[in-house]
Design a protein around this ligand. Structure first.
Ligand SMILES: NC(=O)C1=CN([C@@H]2O[C@H](COP(=O)(O)OP(=O)(O)OC[C@H]3O[C@@H](n4cnc5c(N)ncnc54)[C@H](OP(=O)(O)O)[C@@H]3O)[C@@H](O)[C@H]2O)C=CC1
Ligand SMILES: Nc1nc2c(ncn2[C@@H]2O[C@H](COP(=O)(O)O)[C@@H](O)[C@H]2O)c(=O)[nH]1
Length: 327
């Protein structure tokens, strides 16, 4: 791979505006059989999403992916969402017991709309076999498989039956994979996304490394259909992580799914815990993201997300922020 770059190295180039107001710009996106308000989904992590947030997001027309770290609650969750007429979107792993779980979903007629296969190294036979198992048991379910970081992996998972792939090995805010193993797309996630997108024939979800709302538009430019985000969603009042106070300021806990805190043991730890500043309510962030993306669409010279996919860009190595902060 040559000419790698990351989010902070890129600026998109404006094209002539065709709308009279940013409010005319449409940020909606389709994934499988459903359309959603924004191409953004909170990460399927225990300090980012819980049942209450899932219900709120689904009711308001946003996509969500429930995490897999309380496996015994998943069936009841699906039934509850279905009884409310909401979309159902859960995560699974690849261990033996997950095969029985998928079979149980089929037997109980509890077919989820979306299943995300959520493991660290998704380019593996374990994921390929799980994709095939889900497609056999639940043929109507939309399968998102990951995580991967190469075109070969995207091709193989798509070929196995995945309806979308999730790209991002190690760019996450609480990730230490790159430090502990030396592997990953951390530091060049946007270039890895472009690389993978060239091979993809189905949607890609760019996962990890998003630090600003502008990074959502950049992800779309480089081939993402959706963007999965953890850290920017960790600091809300509703976020499931614990709230703490230090020197009169509120913080929320955010830990990795492969952290000792999640695993309860120090084995194959590839994640850490941190505290992020409390930042108010989830809906306010979603509104701001929508407005920023509407603005991005207008700069792209269009009125929907498609316009962003075709804009020119420049690589400005490490210079965008030039020492600036948003506030
Ligand atoms: N996006 C990212 O960069 C990363 C994300 N994560 C997140 O952490 C969570 C835990 O992930 P994970 O450890 O995969 O899940 P699990 O602990 O459920 O492991 C899944 C299975 O895959 C095996 N496995 C895990 N990693 C490897 C590997 N590198 N090579 C071969 N086999 C492997 C495990 O066995 P065994 O444990 O015995 O090896 C286990 O059988 C997930 O939510 C994942 O998304 C973790 C790291 C990176
Ligand atoms: N290497 C690890 N990656 C992890 C872990 N837990 C979650 N993740 C990934 O990070 C993103 C969120 O990234 P962010 O930059 O938006 O905060 C998440 O969706 C996972 O793919 C972990 O323990 N280790």
């Amino acid at each position: 791979m040559e000419n790698v770059f990351d989010y902070e190295d890129i600026q998109l180039i404006p094209a002539k505006c065709v709308v009279n107001s940013r409010s005319e710009c449409d940020t909606s996106v389709t994934l499988g059989k459903h359309s959603f308000k924004l191409p953004v989904v909170p990460a399927n992590m225990q300090t980012i999403i819980d049942e209450t947030i899932a219900i709120t997001l689904a009711e308001k027309g946003y996509f969500y992916v429930m995490h897999r770290f309380e496996p015994e609650k998943r069936i009841a969750f699906i039934h509850d969402m279905k009884s409310r007429g909401l979309i159902t979107s859960i995560s699974v792993g690849v261990k033996e017991e997950e095969y029985g779980f998928v079979k149980q979903l089929s037997e109980e007629n509890a077919m989820p709309d979306y299943i995300t296969i959520d493991i660290a190294h998704g380019h593996s036979n374990a994921v390929i076999e799980m994709i095939q198992h889900i497609k056999q048991q639940l043929p109507e379910t939309f399968v998102i498989a990951g995580n991967v970081g190469t075109p070969e992996a995207v091709r193989e998972l798509e070929h196995a039956g995945a309806d979308a792939t999730k790209v991002g090995i190690g760019p996450g805010k609480v990730c230490i994979t790159k430090i502990k193993t030396g592997f990953g797309t951390g530091g060049w996630q946007l270039a890895a996304l472009r690389w993978c997108a060239k091979a993809a024939t189905k949607p890609i979800i760019a996962d990890g490394g998003i630090r600003t709302h502008g990074d959502v538009a950049k992800s779309i430019r480089f081939g993402a259909t959706f963007v999965m985000i953890g850290s920017l969603f960790a600091g809300h009042e509703e976020s499931p992580g614990e709230t703490t106070e230090k020197d009169g300021k509120l913080y929320k806990e955010y830990f990795g799914s492969a952290s000792e805190f999640q695993k309860g043991e120090k084995k194959n730890v590839e994640g850490k815990k941190m505290f992020v500043e409390h930042k108010g309510y989830l809906q306010d962030t979603l509104n701001e993201m929508e407005q920023d993306l509407q603005s991005a669409i207008s700069y792209a010279g269009g009125s929907n997300l498609e316009a962003i996919r075709h804009v020119d860009y420049v690589v400005v190595k490490n210079s965008i922020f030039n020492g600036d902060k948003i506030y």
